[in-house]
Design a binder for this molecule. Structure first.
Ligand code: DX5
Ligand code: ZN
Length: 216
């Protein structure tokens, strides 16, 4: 199965957002990864609804929205309205993760759960059939351009086995420090969707990098 590549707009050039969205539209990439940070759950603030709505108007591919915010349940409806196709909340930020997943699905979006590098995959055991996507963070969330944490590979393998045993069709996504050096190994471990920020937008020829990664 070919990988799903989701370039992260966090690393796009915001002076040329239109150009960078068009770049992804016309590339072989599959989704737009959109990182929303609140300055509380993570030590950084990115952007909110106005930017998301503009991206939605221009994007011809699904918006994969990654919420790094506390109490994400307060905003699920707003993100549906703003155009999120996949909405991922952090396990660590959700007291009632099961209810949040149900709400996301009932709003017509695909539901995702993200876990931080310090969170074991075993916490997902009772919700394996309640989400469409599981995002394994391979850096501590908050910033683009960080170094990939190798332990992630074991976590992906473990989660792949858990999903198979549960008969779940959910996708495993990996986010943080992903690039040419680890892309094939992550697919091999069982990841299907890979987020790449700096590896794509930090490159001289982002389109060439996308093509190369998609060929792996
Ligand atoms: C980090 C974000 C990532 C980030 C990835 O908190 O969730 O999506 O944009 O950027 P790179 O690929 O540069 O690590
Ligand atoms: Zn992300």
């Amino acid at each position: 199965m070919p990988s799903i590549l989701a370039p992260s707009l966090l690393s796009a050039d915001f002076n040329h957002l239109y150009r960078d969205v068009e770049l992804v539209n016309s590339s072989e990439a599959d989704w737009f990864h959109v990182d929303v940070m609140d300055g509380v759950f993570v030590p950084n603030i990115s952007f909110g609804f106005p930017i998301l709505q503009h991206v939605k108007k221009l994007a011809t591919k699904p918006l994969d929205v990654h919420l790094m915010i506390v109490q994400p349940e307060r905003y699920l409806e707003d993100f549906a309205r703003a155009g999120a196709d996949i909405l991922t909340v952090h396990w660590e930020a959700s007291t009632h993760i099961h209810r949040s997943l149900q709400s996301i699905r009932s709003l017509g979006m695909k539901a995702g759960v993200a876990i931080n590098p310090g969170t074991p995959v075993s916490v997902l055991n009772d919700i394996l059939n309640d989400a469409d996507l599981f995002l394994v963070m391979s850096v501590n969330p908050g910033f683009g351009g960080q170094k990939f944490i190798p332990r992630t590979l074991d976590k992906v393998m473990q989660l792949r086995t858990m999903l198979e045993q549960a008969g779940s069709q959910a996708i495993i996504e990996v986010d943080g420090g992903v690039g040419e050096a680890n892309y094939a190994a992550l697919l091999e471990a069982g990841a299907q969707a890979l987020v790449a920020g700096n590896a794509v937008f930090g490159a001289e020829d982002p389109r060439a990098v996308i093509r190369k990664l998609k060929a792996l």
